[in-house]
Design a protein around this ligand. Structure first.
Ligand code: NAD
Length: 500
């Protein structure tokens, strides 16, 4: 399969379209190697991840070249992928051992004191990670590092649009000499389907439609999966916000990566007193942006869309909005050469328009004037999606109050994307934006494990436990009496109801 740079259409690489049989073989091999990877323990696994971290650092420029070549991003946008991956590797290398430590819970009732309780975490043998094209190096890292640190073997199936960066990651894993428990297989939808069929746990990032199809296959097979899907993230601008900073934040949050981030700002609700000032400032700041493509330079702020198809979606959303009465204040069209779409501000929009209901995944900033905070929250929550949101305000306590009323998996106050690089909090979508979450401390690694409870007797063994056969009225009474004493309230602790 040819891989093209969408900025100029040139072929920048070629990869295999791996058939399902190859996927099954690779998963079989990974499954054979995984027990040894699990057995070396979390400290040894962390050491391998730290060596990969060193490799990422040593190859940072070249990796950023690859990211840029297959996405048409600006150098500035592409440049965050390696540092974020390194930071994430450090996080899991440092914490995985602690997060996976067996737990010794206290029994919930005095009767349980006859047992020593253990909860342990046993990794799924093979985790399959299916990724989209928007952050081609970082997306696989987001989930592969924690799965590997859990002790699972990992197979990544990157997007057919941008498969080269994930291939580099596999090359890095091999170059550091790590155990061969991390593989990347390129291909299209059929390869992805084969991954879902073959692995023991599916971690999917991509569109809601594909996520739903995968969840249905996993449901039939009773196979666990975690889905990070699309979003339609609202920004709420309250009247006491610092407008200049807010606009700068929303311009970045909405247009970074040409708007192709799952947690991009896609809808903006502005309180009436500051609406005019906000819109004027937004148009000014968008006008300042430089769009284009220049490899390693920093002359441009906004790069290309990943595919011509993405440009068509943005065009469709703009045309639909305009046909229903929206006005374009700046931008509004594809530029013609390469897959570029102008950064665009739309006003006079409403929720009958696709640009306010469907995910655009492009450089589109539609703005709505709202009477107050309540209307902003009502409209923000009026969506099938619930990935993330931003609130812009002067009074941070008020911002926090608004955040708690939003139906979204993450809310950033006076910032955009901050949750994407704060690994101690979970990143997951509500509603049609997903199922499960990544990151978030212990939960972000334990999700790749099956929990096992082990109960070890304490003290001398009785000849028979009280509930074992043969049946006996006396021992049955003993059980109900103990239940009353330990679980009953008030007089029920001591007196049975009549007839009991
Ligand atoms: P997509 O759903 O078309 O494809 C994603 C991946 O799934 C690709 O690798 C593709 O080959 C594979 N695939 C497609 N059909 C499959 C099937 N039936 N079985 C198995 N695999 C299959 O998504 P895309 O267009 O590549 O990416 C854009 C989408 O990703 C947007 O909706 C965006 O919001 C979402 N996204 C979400 C997050 C998040 O963390 N929530 C992050 C980035 C992107």
């Amino acid at each position: 399969m040819d891989v093209r740079n969408p900025a100029d259409g040139l072929v920048v690489g070629q990869v295999q379209d791996h058939p399902p049989a190859m996927v099954a073989d690779t998963v079989g091999q990974l499954r054979r190697l995984q027990p040894e990877w699990d057995a070396i323990g979390s400290a040894a696994r962390a050491e391998w991840l730290l060596r990969l971290l060193d490799w990422l650092m040593d190859n940072s420029d070249r990796l950023t070249d690859v990211v840029q070549s297959e996405t048409g991003k600006t150098r500035f946008d592409a440049g965050i992928e390696v540092p974020a991956a390194i930071d994430l590797a450090k996080y899991w290398a440092r914490h995985a051992g602690g997060f996976l430590t067996e737990e010794r819970p206290t029994p919930h009732s005095p009767i349980g004191l006859t047992k020593r309780l253990i909860t342990r975490y046993q990794p799924y043998p093979v985790v399959g990670i299916i990724t989209p094209w928007n952050l081609p190096l970082l997306n696989p890292c987001f989930d592969a590092f924690s799965a590997l640190m859990a002790g699972a073997a990992v197979l990544v199936k990157p997007s057919e649009v941008t498969p080269l960066s994930a291939g580099e990651l596999a090359r890095g894993w091999a170059e550091i000499g790590a155990p061969p428990v991390f593989s990347v297989l390129t291909g299209g939808v059929e390869t992805g389907r084969a991954v879902v069929d073959a692995v023991d746990y599916v971690q999917f990032t991509g569109s809601t439609a594909t996520g739903r199809a995968i969840a249905s296959v996993c449901g039939d097979a009773l196979k666990p999966c975690s889905l990070e899907l699309g979003g339609k993230d609202p920004a709420i601008v309250l009247a006491d916000a610092d407008i200049d900073r807010t606009v700068a934040g929303i311009v970045y949050g909405g247009l970074f990566n040409s708007g192709q981030v799952c947690i991009s700002v896609e809808r903006i609700y502005v309180e009436a007193p500051v609406y005019d000032r906000f819109v004027a400032c937004l148009v000014d700041q968008v006008r300042e942006l430089r769009q284009g493509h220049d490899d390693r330079g920093f002359r441009f702020d906004i790069g290309a869309m990943a595919t011509p198809g993405q440009c068509e979606i943005v065009t469709r959303h703009v045309e639909d909005a305009v046909s229903r009465g929206a006005r374009i204040l700046i931008g509004g069209k594809a530029t013609g050469a390469g897959a570029f779409f102008e950064p665009t501000v739309l006003v006079d929009v409403d929720h009958s328009m696709t640009c306010m209901t469907e995910e655009t995944f492009g450089p589109l900033l539609p703005v709505i004037r709202v009477a107050d905070e309540d209307e902003a929250i009502r409209l923000a929550n009026d969506s099938d999606y619930g990935l993330s949101a931003t609130v812009w305000c002067g009074d941070r306590q008020r911002g926090e109050r608004v955040a708690r009323r939003l139906e979204a998996g993450a809310v950033n106050i006076n910032d955009a994307f901050a949750n994407l690089v704060n690994f101690a909090v979970p990143m997951g979508g509500w509603k049609n934006s997903g199922m499960g979450a990544r990151f978030g401390g212990p939960a972000g690694i334990r999700k790749y494990c099956r929990q096992q409870a082990i109960l070890v007797p304490r003290g001398p063994a009785l000849k028979r436990e009280p509930l074992w056969y043969p049946a006996s009225r006396v021992r049955s009474r003993l059980v109900t009496t103990l239940m009353r004493i330990f679980d009953g309230r008030g007089r029920r602790r001591f007196f049975a109801a009549r007839g009991d």
